[in-house]
Design a binder for this molecule. Structure first.
Ligand code: GLY
Length: 437
């Protein structure tokens, strides 16, 4: 049987998804419903169509036009808008949770309350609010260690942390007031101290198959300084753990993902079918959950999908069909380092429309296009994270050297973080973790 697979989204994460699909030996036709013209995806797909990926009607129309049998939703906004619900309704098997289940990412309060209700470890001390009532008292209780999170999608900009973005209770109250004025609910929680890691699992509603752990770097500049971004780069280790983690940390993260999937099924009477992406933090004594995402991480997808030894189409079908238990999901025992090149001025005032040259990149299979466009036959940067490269080797050190060489070969008004994956930064993480124990 020839699979007709529709990928929704067109960043580097979706490029990694399409590449993993392309590597499957199964007979397939791949389509992409995209928000921008991604030449890397276009090369691998039978057709790339730019359209309104967040609008369920547009997505369903396109899925019907190409007679898609399987859809994979890349970003979170289509999930929030019920694209998975609409696709399932028209008979398209879909990897990506329905709207209710995607609340795991779209509502911070939903997730905190779910863990509390089902007695799942991972919540810090927290309270939810829809007005300023009680906020000052709770801040008093948390003293100088608090995080204020807008209860919805805000492209990573809704989270403000004491010490980083908020420097006094007055500033915190002013931010809360801003959220109340905008009609928004919010969560205040105790700030967690430790080392963060991403642990993603394929989930068919009942069974989970876990991916290697990855560490992301959110800050724009070297030394973890500067504004927050979507993620400047990531690394994973050959043993599928991370140098600063114990085996028990990975086990704890797996257990939280498993319990969360079970809780969702109990709550909604139907299972979560997609990628369950836990953003965890290893603290001095236990693993806590920072947040959930309902999709592959970006850049994390570029670390793990190239390592996948098993057939990605088989996994996606099993996620949708609820038969993941019968599928062996294996990843190569190699380390990876992913680095993004971003426009000068990113993220606050990025250069746009300027040509970039990728002709000196030596391994095109390790190059992933993101926010790019083609203007007058020329590849240009479109204003957000532009291209990513992945180095893969038997150690993080070698993978970092490979990634650094490749990303430096991308020319244009761009910058990247040279420090991601270096021995120095990794040692800093290990020392930080040791200092907490
Ligand atoms: N790596 C962060 C994210 O995908 O949201």
């Amino acid at each position: 049987m020839k699979h007709k697979i529709l990928v929704i989204g067109s960043g580097a994460r979706e490029h990694a998804i399409v590449r993993a699909l392309d590597q499957s030996t199964q007979e397939k036709t791949i389509y992409c419903f995209a928000s921008n013209m991604n030449p890397g995806i276009a090369d691998l797909c039978d057709e790339l169509t730019v359209g309104s990926i967040n609008d369920p009607d547009f997505v369903v129309n396109y899925a019907q036009e190409v007679a898609a049998t399987l859809a994979i939703i890349g970003p979170e906004n289509p999930l929030e808008n019920g694209v998975a619900d609409a696709l399932w309704k028209t008979g398209v098997k879909t990897v990506g949770p329905k709207k209710d289940l995607a609340q795991l990412e779209t509502s911070k309060a939903f997730t905190r309350n779910l863990l509390r209700e089902y007695d799942i470890p991972g919540d810090p001390q927290y309270q939810t609010f829809d007005s300023l009532e009680g906020v000052a008292d709770f801040l008093e209780e948390l003293e100088e260690n608090y995080v204020v999170k807008y209860d919805g999608l805000m492209g990573g900009k809704g989270v403000k942390v004491s010490g980083d973005h908020l420097h006094s209770h007055d500033e915190a109250l002013a931010y809360c007031q801003e959220l109340v004025d905008g009609g928004g609910e919010f969560v205040i929680e105790k700030k967690l101290v430790g080392e963060e890691f991403s642990l993603m699992s394929f989930c068919d509603g009942d069974t989970l198959k876990h991916m290697p752990a990855v560490q992301d770097h959110k800050r724009a500049y070297e030394g973890d300084t500067g504004p927050n971004t979507g993620g400047m780069g990531t690394y994973s280790d050959a043993n599928h753990s991370l140098p600063f983690l114990q085996e028990s940390d990975i086990t704890a993260a797996h257990a939280i993902n498993i319990s969360t999937a079970k809780a969702l099924k109990d709550k909604f009477g139907e299972g979560y079918k997609g990628i369950l992406y836990g953003g965890f933090i290893a603290t001095s004594n236990e693993v806590k959950l920072i947040e959930y995402n309902a999709r592959f991480g970006d850049p994390e997808a570029m670390n793990v999908l190239p390592l996948l030894e098993s057939d990605f189409i088989e996994i996606c079908l099993a996620v949708a069909d609820g038969t993941l238990e019968n599928v062996d999901v294996q990843f190569q025992r190699k380390a990876t380092v992913c680095k993004y090149a971003v426009p000068d001025g990113y993220p606050d005032s990025p250069v746009k429309g300027k040509p970039i040259d990728i002709s000196r990149v030596s391994n095109p299979d390790g190059l992933f296009y993101a926010s790019v466009d083609i203007q007058n036959g020329q590849l240009v940067e479109a204003g957000s994270r532009t291209v990513a490269v992945v180095g893969m080797a038997s150690s993080i050190t070698e993978a970092e050297a490979a990634a650094e060489k490749e990303i430096s070969a991308v020319k244009g008004p761009l910058f990247h973080r040279k420090d991601i994956g270096t021995n120095e930064v990794i040692q800093k993480r290990v020392d930080h973790m040791n200092s907490l124990q």
